[in-house]
Design a protein around this ligand. Structure first.
Ligand code: G3H
Ligand code: ZN
Length: 287
């Protein structure tokens, strides 16, 4: 069965490694990531954005697909199904639908409202054994082609949200979603250390996990990051492998146009990349 992410993230925090939360889009993503976790003997979180939830015909269908694929593949490693950057309504809907973990992202509200709404989601989710992630300080990224630099979360605000009993906390430390711009300043480790101290050692979440240099990832983990979100990286390797297959004309040879053949190189590329990242994050062989 799918599990809450509380235990796997606390273990990661104690063991100084991080669990990857990989965003899913469809059946190929689910199968590829679960296959990687099983092979790497790693705990894993499957992240679902609200947009991806809609694309997959709703949260209930996501739960049904993930449960069924998980069971039919005979997956033995811990797997959590997690709402990524959830709205207040979205988080409630996922709690109802059978997700085992939710993120309520109230970072765009003023702080009092973020606290009040986070509190309500925490009570509801925890009454059902579902883990909760909240966010303080927005995480920048590319929007309409304009890349904004990552915000730095306020350590006192992080302390206040952590004190509500959140299971793991997303806090901006200069990280951003999507590709990092050439003039990116890197992660702010001083701020990360301050946040880890102000929250009394709450497991922290690093969003925008695609394209951060390995030494910075390792340092972030050493300073309290226990969950790393990865989305763009898997889209890039899927697209590249699919493009190569088509450009080499392999879809024209034999039955290469069969969707099961056409999507296989991309799906295999996802599995390979996820295994690589599980080794990098240190979660391999921790299941
Ligand atoms: O919440 C999802 C992530 O933070 C993914 O960011 O697309 O830069 O890997 P990314
Ligand atoms: Zn994110």
């Amino acid at each position: 069965a799918l599990v809450s992410a509380k235990e796997m993230i606390e273990k990661a925090h104690e063991g100084h490694y991080a669990v990857g939360a990989f965003n899913i889009n469809n059946m190929e993503w689910i199968k590829s990531i679960l296959a990687a976790a099983e092979e790497a003997k790693s705990p894993v979180m499957l992240g679902v954005s609200e947009g991806a939830g809609k694309y997959m015909a709703g949260f209930k269908n996501v739960v049904a697909m993930v449960r069924e694929i998980h069971d039919s593949m005979g997956i033995t490693v811990p797997v959590a199904l997690h709402l990524d950057h959830g709205s207040f309504e979205g988080a409630k809907a996922c709690i109802e639908a059978g997700f085992t973990s939710v993120m309520f992202d109230g970072s765009h509200y003023d702080f009092e409202e973020n606290v009040a709404k986070s509190k309500e989601i925490l009570e509801l989710a925890h009454s059902k054994g579902i883990s909760v992630e909240c966010e303080v300080g927005g995480i920048g990224g590319e929007e309409d082609g304009v890349a904004s630099m990552g915000e730095l979360a306020d350590p006192q605000e992080c302390a206040n949200i952590a004190a509500l009993g959140v299971d793991f906390l997303a806090a901006g430390i200069g990280n951003i979603h999507g590709k990092y711009p050439a003039d990116w300043q890197g992660l702010n480790f001083d701020r990360l250390a301050e946040i880890q101290a102000s929250t009394n050692g709450k497991p922290l979440v690093l969003h925008g996990g695609s394209g951060i240099p390995a030494d910075q990832v390792a340092k972030a983990i050493s300073l309290g990051v226990s969950k790393i979100n990865v989305n763009t990286e898997l889209q890039l390797v899927f697209a590249a492998a699919t493009r190569k297959y088509i450009e080499e004309g392999k879809d024209l040879a034999g039955k290469g146009y069969d969707p099961r053949k056409l999507l296989k190189p991309g799906a295999d590329a996802i599995t390979k990349k996820v295994i690589e990242m599980m080794n990098q994050f240190g979660s391999a062989n921790k299941a």
